[in-house]
Each structure stands twice: as C-alpha cells, then as structure tokens.
Design a protein around this ligand. Structure first.
Ligand code: PLP
Length: 394
C-alpha cells in the first residue's frame, strides 16, 4: 500500500514496539521501567543443570535477550540474535554452510563483507561468486545455498529489488540474506519482501549514537534460528550486556531519528542538485535517482545516505572539500547523529583495484555523506563553504 509521496505507509505501532516490546516492568522483581543492566557472567542454578532462564553469559544474558526479541518484532519477524559486530553476524550466517557450498554475493558489498566472503570464507572452502544483482539467476549452480545482497549498495546507493531476487532464490531452493543496514527496519522489512535472513550492522543507524559496535540476524525460520543460536554461542561472537543495554535505549528513538535523517538528507540532496560544482547527486528518495520509483515500492522512506560527484574534481580537490568541512566530520562509518563525510575511493574502497572502482563508478570525485541530525541550515552552509574552496573548471 502506498502512503504519502508514493512510499509504502509507515510501519504501524513501530515506535510503541521499540519502547515496550518484551520490556514489561512487571517481569523484573524491582519493577524497573527501564530494563535493568545485568553484567553477571553466570547465573545460579537450583540444582545441577536446573536453571531458571540463563546459565552463562556467552549463551544468554537478560539484556541481550530483551534486545533480540525487540529487534525481531521491529523487523516483523520471530527470531533475532545479536552478535558482537555486523561482520560477526555475517560470519554467523556464513558458518551455516560447509566447504564445497556455493554462495552468491552482490558485486558491490560493504568492503568488510566482501573481504569476509572473498578472503576468509574461501579459505574455509566455501565457493563465493560476486555477481551484479541483475545477473544473479545465471550464477546459480547445483551447490548454491545462499544469495547475499544489500538492500541499498554502498556508496553508489543502487536499489536492489528484494522481491525479484527472493523469487529467483526460492525457485532454485536457495536462501536469501539481506543486509539492510543502510535502510533500517524503520523503512524496510526484508522478511516481508521475501528474505529468509536479515542482517543489520546495529553500529550504524539502528544504534545511531556512534558508540556501540554490534550486529543482528533476524529470521522467521526456526531451524535457521536454532542453528544460528548454536553458532552464536559456540563461536563466541557475542555482544557485551552494557552494549545491549545501550542499543535497547537507542532504538526507542529510532522512529524519531529516521524521520529527521530522511528530512535532512532530502534537503541536502536538493541543495546539492542545484549547486553548479556538483555533477550528479545519488539519493534514492529524490526523483533524480534512476530507481526512485522502485525504491518507493520497497520502502517507506530513506535514511541519511547521500552520495554526489563534484564536477571535474581530481583527488586533490575532493580532499580540499573534505578537509574544509567544519560541521560535517571526515570519518568512516555512518548512521549516527553526527553528519559524516567520506571519500570512498580512498577510504572504504581504497583496497579495490582502480579498474574495478571505475566499473563501480567509485571515482575520486565521489563523496559519500551520512547526513545526521544537526540543524539543516548549518549542514547546508557547511557544504556551501566547503564547495567554495574547491577550485575546478566549470
Ligand atoms: C558497517 C557495515 C557492516 C559491518 O558492520 P560492523 O558492525 O562494522 O561489523 C556491514 N554491512 C554494512 C552495509 C555496513 O555499513
């Protein structure tokens, strides 16, 4: 169903679930309204092997448990598991498979994910193919077990058609995993669109305060959940209770934050589109994005991600722009309340060979912004003054 601006309608009950789901104060003896922090690494048993709910901090912790259940609810799914990072969550999913199994990955994944699949999983005997999202079906083989895509790719913000790829996956009896870090469960629920597994790096918009590294896997499939829970414990890729406490707090404002990220990033994109020194702006929420209509069909809005090309800028001029920014911070990562800027050709994709970077349109004049929650006038003034410092031929 389409809501305002042709997007899907906003998820009903989302903010209420973020605040209340699995957090009834009556479940704690203290009746604390905020879920109490439990740092204990072990839990008393009534008799040997006879314990109440938790046994040992690696296998389960009350703060992790609340967060996992709440996050699953927000993704409109049954089961969530938290891992010590987004890549930890990815490693958990990769570990569902065995040597000789084949995994198809999108060809422009988050650099850490490409490295994990391409350099580590291959060493463990998994066969990995990196394939453009439009050519996935032709890459499916007898031993293909998993397709791994990102709902919005980094840094060129290409929209991936999850229902179309889910149909291909299921026709061939292959699982589909979607990394939805750039969009979040506030704007898109990949399980509803046909994915079997969802991953978020909670480090980004979901926690949104740039002070926790964590990941989550979400599924409706009990068998996958049981296997992943075994791996989470056995591989020891678990988050700290305090970090779970922090993320549980942060997601209470996810709905509010995402609305403001959307508003600010759209304003920034609009400003950049009219600037004479900007060649092209990439923002899936703007009609100028070639897949804007598809994006509106798959989501209820857009996050803070905007990429743009400075006209005729060589590396030096892009560096000049980035070091001239005063409010926006030059740094890795995204999704926090601080606005961040990055030069993907040097930073996230610095290790990608230049010819491959050219294929992906990741040139030295491509800037990626994660638009935060500052006042929009200050962000636009900052971009304006930094663009003034760039000396280029127009
Ligand atoms: C950051 C990120 C990851 C990895 O998450 P970490 O929490 O840093 O391990 C995976 N996918 C995407 C799209 C990301 O942006």
């Amino acid at each position: 169903m389409s809501g305002e601006n042709g997007y899907l309608s906003e998820p009903k009950g989302f903010a209420t679930a973020a605040i209340h789901a699995f957090q009834d104060p009556e479940q704690w003896s203290s009746m604390a309204v905020v879920t109490p922090m439990v740092a204990s690494t072990t839990f008393k048993q009534y008799g040997p092997g006879n314990f109440k709910e938790f046994e040992y901090g690696r296998s389960g912790n009350p703060n992790r448990d609340v967060l996992e259940k709440c996050l699953a609810t927000l993704d409109n799914a049954k089961y969530g598991l938290c891992w010590s990072s987004g890549l930890g969550a990815t490693m958990g999913i990769a570990s569902l498979f065995k040597a000789g199994d084949h995994i198809i990955c999108g060809d422009n994944l988050f650099a850490g994910t490409s490295c994990l699949f391409g350099k580590i999983c291959t060493k463990l005997g998994l066969q990995i193919s990196f394939v453009n999202e439009s050519k996935i079906e032709s890459a499916i083989k007898e031993n293909t077990k998993l397709i791994w895509i990102e709902s919005l790719t980094n840094p060129t913000l290409t929209v991936v058609d999850i229902p179309a790829i889910a149909a291909i996956a299921h026709k061939h009896n292959v699982l589909l995993a979607v990394d939805s870090t750039f969009v979040t469960c506030y704007f898109q629920r990949p399980i509803d669109l046909g994915a079997d597994l969802v991953v978020h790096s909670l480090t980004k918009f979901m926690n949104g305060h740039t002070d926790v590294i964590m990941g989550v896997t979400i599924t409706n499939n009990k068998d996958l959940y049981d296997q992943l829970k075994f791996l989470q414990n056995s591989m020891g890729i678990v988050p700290a209770p305090f970090d779970c406490y922090q993320v549980t707090r942060s997601i209470k404002t996810l709905a509010l934050r995402m609305k403001q990220h959307m508003k600010n990033s759209l304003e920034v994109a609009k400003f950049l589109e009219t600037h004479p020194k900007v060649e092209k702006v990439l923002h899936p929420g703007r009609p100028s994005h070639p897949q804007h209509e598809l994006y509106k069909k798959l989501t209820s809005g857009c996050s803070g991600m905007v990429s743009f090309y400075i006209k005729n800028a060589a590396l030096e001029q892009s560096q000049r722009f980035l070091t001239s920014l005063k409010v926006i911070t030059l740094a890795h990562s995204l999704g926090g309340y601080h606005s961040l800027a990055a030069l993907p050709s040097v930073m996230s994709h610095g290790a990608v060979p230049e010819d491959q970077r050219r294929v992906l349109n990741i040139t030295h004049n491509l800037i990626r912004l994660s638009v935060g929650l500052e006042d929009i006038e200050d962000l636009i003034n900052d971009l304006q003054q930094a663009l003034e410092k760039v000396r280029i031929l127009l």
